[in-house]
Design a protein around this ligand. Structure first.
Ligand code: WT7
Length: 639
């Protein structure tokens, strides 16, 4: 039976779910209108502080500080306090490797490893405020290293292991990191990846030391005086490390993300507000209870993993599954096998993965017992109603609410999201702002009427909001706080609000793509392309893709003496993949004579996007200085 998206279809919370949910009363939205006191209550309830704050919020738009003079340590909140409360033997992580290796970490185990690694870092000279770069796949050492950094007050910057050497190098330099934590290698779909060579290339010539986790057991080159084995350093480390008392506004981490320029920017998150935001949403949105087995399938290298694999779950003392592999290896039932094996009750994943599972076929889900599931989540891009309905029926067996959580690296926590014990769900809508938040759809003239498209703006501060962009004040103001002023955060997403006040997200506006839930600037891909000797100029646009949502499409003008060919196309695609990483790989490259430009020389990407996406309407070309090129390009693409 083909499922059709019916806009009218509404899914109220199942009675069974509602009966046990943490939040079941609509009045929370009204109470949270006094948002400062709302967040203050959450801070008292969910976080342990060494010293209480004197003031909840200090506004100096576009800068905002939360819990002024509050003192705390995040690793204490994630580890020590659970042991002190008698939960030391509870499992924190059920880790499963790609080849099926399994390890369990209780809160006490995790505490011990984190303390030892914190001492390793100290012994190596890392001090409060020193940025540490972490470049690891989904191994237990990744959250251990993050928490160890948090314990001693060293901000971390985790770089997704799939990123290229160049991406790591840029981040290490921008963050001024003197220490990189990496590994020898690891497997992906059974194939060994030589991770160490990538990190060696990244740190070549830099004043950096490396700590190397042994994961792949592959042959690597250890450079004397620069490279140290994790397990050797850990052998000598003391078991206890006092947590550093941190100010609420001390930097916790940097997370680099793509914007409108060629280079990613370091989003800054601080300690107190961030923890309050993620702990609150972890509890209210995922409705986690003591006996839940929670699984977020994201990679910790992205913000989703930071907030909802590491800090959120541990701050609530939750048991999580952490999985190193992919959904379809060795068989397309791998995820469902994991759900069955560990009795997963809450599953949080991305629309691109759901669409992939749909394509593989529901027989792979049906092969396994997934009846332990009680709540499903989605994040990363708008979920199409068809995928939503499939997820609900095939994975959730019609009994699990779906929380479609809209948020971004900069927000740190869920912003627009259902509360599963209250919200009547509409497939494809992220529903309403979390209590205490305010979303608006605006354009240059003000708030747009319901049912019309505009920019999504958040017009009230929240505790886990970004505090700035590292070393880039102007960029911070320009990207987020210029279009609608310093008190209205511009998200960069388009959206519509319907007659019930529900938000329907429409994807990014401007020159940013969302490829399988990963953000990518078109300018980044362009700057990678023009680094190639054959390329004179390029324009990259996003086009729709059945599984990944969007993919980059590249227009390339070649330098004199070069001929467009299939081989060159392949070479350019490979080149981008090497410079940035596989997610950035263009879906196709079209060699063109010239690009459509305005008289002032600005490339009209909108027109190129319409052509590449096969739109009927190409758009206004009257302002172009070379309108004839548009027909040439269109004919080249579709002869
Ligand atoms: C962009 C942020 C937040 C974690 C993953 C991505 C898109 C995210 C949704 C959703 C529609 C979504 C937005 C946003 N996005 N979640 N539920 N519905 N769109 O983090 O790399 O910072 O990207 O992802 O376009 O701006 P990110």
């Amino acid at each position: 039976m083909k499922e059709v998206a019916q806009e009218e279809q509404v899914f109220p919370p199942p009675e069974e779910f509602k009966r046990k949910a943490w939040v079941t009363d609509e009045s929370v939205y009204d109470e949270a209108e006094d948002y400062q006191s709302f967040w203050e209550k959450r801070a008292e309830e969910l976080v342990d502080w060494y010293q209480k704050w004197d003031q909840v919020l200090e506004k100096d738009p576009p800068y905002y500080k939360w819990f002024i003079n509050g003192k705390l340590n995040i690793s204490y909140n994630c580890l020590d306090r659970w042991i002190e409360r008698g939960q030391g033997d509870k499992i924190a992580y059920l880790w499963e490797g790609e080849e099926g290796e399994a390890e369990e970490y209780t809160y006490r185990d995790l505490y011990r490893e984190v303390n030892r690694f914190a001492n390793v870092l100290k012994d190596r000279g890392v001090k409060k405020g020193d940025v540490v770069a972490i470049y690891l796949p989904m191994v237990p050492e990744l959250p251990i290293a993050m928490l160890a950094c948090a314990r001693i007050g060293a901000p971390h910057t985790v770089v997704f292991a799939g990123f290229s050497a160049g991406s790591l190098r840029d981040r290490v330099i921008d963050a001024g990191a003197k220490h990189v934590i990496t590994c020898d290698g690891y497997t992906r779909r059974g194939k060994m990846l030589d991770h160490k060579s990538k990190s060696d290339e990244a740190v070549d010539g830099l004043d950096v030391q490396c700590i190397v986790v042994k994961r792949g057991n592959n042959q690597v080159n250890m450079q004397e005086g620069r490279d140290f084995w994790w397990h050797e350093l850990m052998e000598e480390a003391e078991e206890e490390c006092e947590p550093q008392v941190m100010d609420a506004e001390d930097l916790l981490f940097l997370m680099y993300t793509s914007g409108t320029t060629g280079k990613p920017k370091g989003v800054m998150h601080t300690t107190g507000g961030y923890l309050v935001g993620v702990a609150t949403t972890m509890k209210w949105v995922f409705d986690v209870k003591d006996d839940d087995v929670y699984w977020c399938t994201a990679d910790i290298g992205w913000i989703t993993g930071h907030s909802y694999i590491v800090y959120g779950p541990l701050a609530l003392g939750v048991t999580s599954v952490m999985f190193e592999g992919t959904p379809d290896y060795p068989q397309p039932d791998r995820w469902w096998e994991i759900v069955e094996k560990y009795g997963v009750t809450i599953l949080y994943t991305a629309p691109t993965a759901i669409r992939m599972c749909m394509k593989l076929g529901e027989q792979w889900v049906d092969k396994r017992d997934v009846s332990s599931l009680r709540l499903l989540g989605s994040v990363g891009e708008p979920i199409n109603p068809e995928a939503w309905l499939w997820y609900h029926r095939v994975v959730g067996k019609g009994k699990c609410p779906i929380v479609d959580t809209w948020w971004m690296t900069e927000t740190g926590m869920h912003i627009i999201t259902p509360l599963p014990g209250i919200t009547n769900l509409k497939p494809g809508s992220a529903t309403r702002p979390f209590p205490g938040l305010k979303g608006e759809i605006r354009d240059a003239k003000g708030v747009v009427p319901q049912g019309q498209k505009g920019d999504l703006v958040i017009s009230r501060p929240w505790p886990s909001m970004l505090r700035g962009l590292y070393n880039a004040h102007d960029k911070y103001v320009e990207e987020y706080w210029s279009k609608y002023g310093p008190e209205r955060y511009f998200t960069g997403d388009g959206a519509i609000q319907d007659e019930d006040g529900y938000f329907w997200l429409l994807g990014r506006v401007g020159d940013v793509l969302n490829v399988a839930g990963h953000r990518l600037g078109t300018a980044e891909v362009e700057s990678a392309l023009v680094e190639h000797p054959a390329v004179a100029e390029s324009a990259v646009v996003g086009i729709p893709h059945e599984l990944k949502g969007q993919v980059p499409f590249a227009y390339v003008v070649l330098r004199k003496g070069y001929q467009g060919s299939d081989d060159l196309k392949k070479e350019l695609i490979k080149h981008v993949s090497k410079v940035i990483g596989p997610t950035a790989r263009p879906d196709d490259v079209l060699f063109v004579e010239d690009l459509p430009k305005t008289r002032s020389g600005k490339i009209m990407r909108r027109i190129l996007k319409n052509i590449a996406s096969g739109e009927q309407e190409i758009g206004d070309i009257t302002t172009l200085k070379n309108p004839e090129i548009v027909d040439d390009i269109a004919r080249k693409l579709r002869p």
